[in-house]
Design a protein around this ligand. Structure first.
Ligand SMILES: Cc1cc2nc3c(=O)[nH]c(=O)nc-3n(C[C@H](O)[C@H](O)[C@H](O)COP(=O)(O)O)c2cc1C
Length: 377
């Protein structure tokens, strides 16, 4: 049986060589809230979690939202890459992933006005701001209004402070390279800082970082340019976007696709992971199997119309993709070039090996760790 999910994919790079990834099942970045000392440093949990996913056969394993500066953490227990001391523990994760023959990615992010919230662990009051006397910190955003009703007001970044944030992204990217990561994914989704600037829901600025699409996308474009400066030409740069806010007065896929098309055409970005939402209560989001696939398809089509196919940028889709046939159908119908798997990978870290077996990949080619050869995938 032919299958696309377990055919290799190349993430294009400016030097023309590309990053070869063994298959098209990627791990979606997922916060683990497992930084014990609140210092952004990966722990044994991260090694165990990402290690299992690498052993389980995913072609690209992407570490969770990793803060480019301490105040950009979603929660105090997030990973970071704002300090040189964080590099070696990240390198330990990368080395294990590479040892399994997988590509290693890291999502670099800044939570902006959605920072300083409680970790999403059982019993926590997640989605609300941590008070200062309980370890919370002041947050920043495009505007000085609260980004969500349950969160504290943020401080609107000045232009000089925006430049510092851009520098922080570049510094973190340099450290991600030092740690050996193959891919950086910029977090421009889910209502965090870059999305706060992109969306008319949370950006009412009257300076050059607000207003029309050119203004609202300026922070993203500056971050991409600054990261691309320090991120090697031999490595692909990705972006995760929220392609829509799912409300009329929010961000729409046409705008997002236009910005992405220009970044891909400029040769700066070569992997786009298409998610949605993050700035509303979610009540208008039609969550269901593959509900975000049409958005990925729209981005794929916009790029293709500009002559930008998989050889220019790989588009991955995410969101309630749970089984092999579903994933295979998405790829076979050209709606995306790869799939990112989130919760299904938490349920079963060996999701990829099982999916390969279901798609009748020959037993000797199943993407599992050799130690699991005798398992009946
Ligand atoms: C525990 C958990 C943590 C998450 N953390 C992140 C994150 O760090 N960055 C991000 O962009 N999305 C994050 N997400 C969203 C997932 O990457 C994914 O987009 C979402 O779960 C939908 O995909 P799924 O239906 O396959 O789970 C998280 C999701 C879960 C369940």
């Amino acid at each position: 049986m032919s299958h696309l999910l377990f055919t290799p994919v190349t993430l294009p790079t400016p030097d023309g060589h590309g990053l070869a990834v063994g298959n098209r099942a990627f791990v979606a970045p997922m916060c683990q809230y497992s930084v014990d000392d609140l210092d952004g440093v990966p722990t044994d949990w991260h090694l165990s979690h990402l290690g299992a996913l690498a052993a389980g056969g995913f072609g690209l394993v992407v570490a969770e939202a990793t803060a480019v500066e301490a105040r950009g953490r979603i929660s105090p227990k997030d990973l970071g890459l704002w300090d040189a001391g964080q590099v070696a523990p990240h390198a330990r994760l990368v080395d294990f992933i590479h040892g399994q023959g997988r590509a290693a990615g890291v999502q670099l992010g800044h939570a902006g006005g959605k920072a300083s919230t409680w970790p999403m662990l059982p019993g926590s009051d997640d989605g609300t701001t941590i008070p200062a006397d309980q370890g919370g910190w002041p947050t920043v955003s495009a505007d000085d209004a609260p980004v969500m009703p349950s969160m504290a007001a943020a401080g609107a970044l000045t232009e000089a402070q925006i430049a510092e944030v851009v520098d922080a992204f570049a510094g973190a990217a340099r450290r991600a390279d030092d740690a050996g990561y193959d891919v950086v994914q910029l977090h421009a989704a889910h209502g965090y800082l870059i999305h706060q600037f992109l969306s008319p829901l949370t950006n009412h600025r009257t300076d050059g970082y607000g207003g029309d699409l050119a203004g609202r996308s300026r922070l993203l474009r500056e971050v991409v340019a600054a990261v691309r400066e320090v991120w090697p030409d031999s490595k692909p740069l990705g972006i995760r976007v929220s392609a829509t806010d799912w409300v009329d007065d929010g961000l729409h896929v046409g705008e997002v696709a236009e910005v992405l098309r220009d970044l891909v055409a400029a040769g700066q970005v070569s992997w786009i992971d298409v998610s949605t939402g993050g700035l509303t209560d979610g009540s208008t989001i039609p969550v269901g199997p593959g509900y975000q696939v049409p958005l990925a398809q729209e981005v794929t089509r916009t790029l293709a119309d500009a002559g930008l196919g998989e050889d220019a940028a790989v588009v991955s889709t995410v969101g309630v993709i749970v089984d092999a046939t579903q994933a295979e159908t998405i790829l076979a119908t050209g709606q995306a070039h790869a799939v990112s798997i989130g919760r299904a990978a938490l349920v079963n870290p060996h999701w990829a090996a099982v999916a390969a077996s279901q798609l009748r990949v020959p037993r000797a080619e199943l993407p599992h760790a050799p130690q699991y050869f005798r398992a009946n995938f």
